[in-house]
Unconditional design. Structure first.
Length: 296
């Protein structure tokens, strides 16, 4: 199935520096002792050997907020030395009065393609990241996200189903910014009611032509690599967004808690087998190339 993996894209993630000292903090993906360490580029490249992956995108990993530029600089240096990764999604604080001074510091790094500030909030404190559930409606955040259009950068959007209506409003307020929905909307409630609410929210987001969905992190709430589970979410997401608005992400090294990179790729291959070759090419190649301008 080399048609699936040739030109593959995935998300390469460095272990959060905050994990390396102090008590282990609860995380959405459960205990993480095995990855509470650096994840060096050499280990990453070894993990993906034989999978056919040819390009990657680094997504910010919550270094201390005041070191947002240090993270981007470190990734750019790594890429300059090793040729990987091929694009950077950095962090910036969009809750300030004007985010542009932060963005101006980031734009000196040639691989910059997007920015993420995690907005997801949940009633379960273990799943909660943002300070409150309605940040998508915050006027400062709306104004600052819209400013990404001047830089040609995307916004990596991370929300749960109850936040999706507000997230759609955020996307509609910034029609010239591409929004990359993290982890296919983070389906955490697998009951019939939970799945229905997720599909409703996803359909609302799909009404915004500037939103695409990343098929990543699908083991987060089940703590395993499950091709059937991946296939169910993939099928629903493709039906709602269309394959041209879906892209694959590995979420490594998080998924390394319960699977290998090769097994993860194999599970996605199995899940995608029900799709057409054109749909697979979009998910595993074209959408990521377009959104993150890979190879440019």
């Amino acid at each position: 199935m080399t048609d699936i993996v040739d030109g593959h894209h995935h998300i390469w993630r460095q272990a959060d520096l905050a994990w390396l000292s102090g008590p282990m903090q609860p995380r959405i993906f459960g205990p993480y002792e095995p990855i509470r360490r650096d994840y060096p580029i050499e280990e990453y490249l070894d993990d993906l050997k034989g999978t056919g992956v040819t390009r990657s995108v680094y997504v910010q990993t919550n270094w201390p907020n005041d070191r947002f530029e240090d993270e981007a600089a470190w990734v750019q240096h790594t890429a300059d030395k090793h040729g990987w990764p091929h694009a950077i999604v950095a962090y910036a604080d969009f809750s300030v009065d004007d985010v542009r001074p932060q963005l101006d510091r980031l734009k000196r790094y040639p691989l910059m393609r997007g920015v993420r500030m995690q907005l997801h909030w949940h009633e379960n404190p273990l799943y909660r990241f943002a300070a409150r559930p309605d940040l998508c409606t915050d006027p400062k955040i709306k104004r600052n996200v819209a400013r990404l259009a001047d830089y040609g950068w995307s916004f990596d959007l991370q929300v749960f189903a109850p936040q999706m209506a507000d997230a759609a409003g955020l996307a509609e307020a910034s029609p010239d910014v591409t929004f990359v929905l993290q982890h296919a909307g983070m389906l955490e409630d697998l009951s019939p009611q939970g799945r229905s609410a997720w599909r409703t929210g996803m359909a609302r987001l799909a009404q915004c032509p500037n939103v695409v969905s990343k098929l990543s992190g699908l083991g987060t709430f089940i703590h395993r690599n499950d091709a059937t589970h991946i296939g169910d979410i993939m099928s629903d997401t493709v039906a709602i967004f269309g394959a041209e608005r879906c892209l694959f992400g590995s979420n490594f090294p998080i998924e390394k808690l319960w699977t290998s990179y090769r097994d993860l790729i194999d599970a996605f291959r199995t899940a995608a087998a029900r799709l057409t070759p054109e749909q697979r090419e979009a998910i595993f190649n074209r959408t990521a190339s377009r959104v993150y301008r890979l190879g440019t």
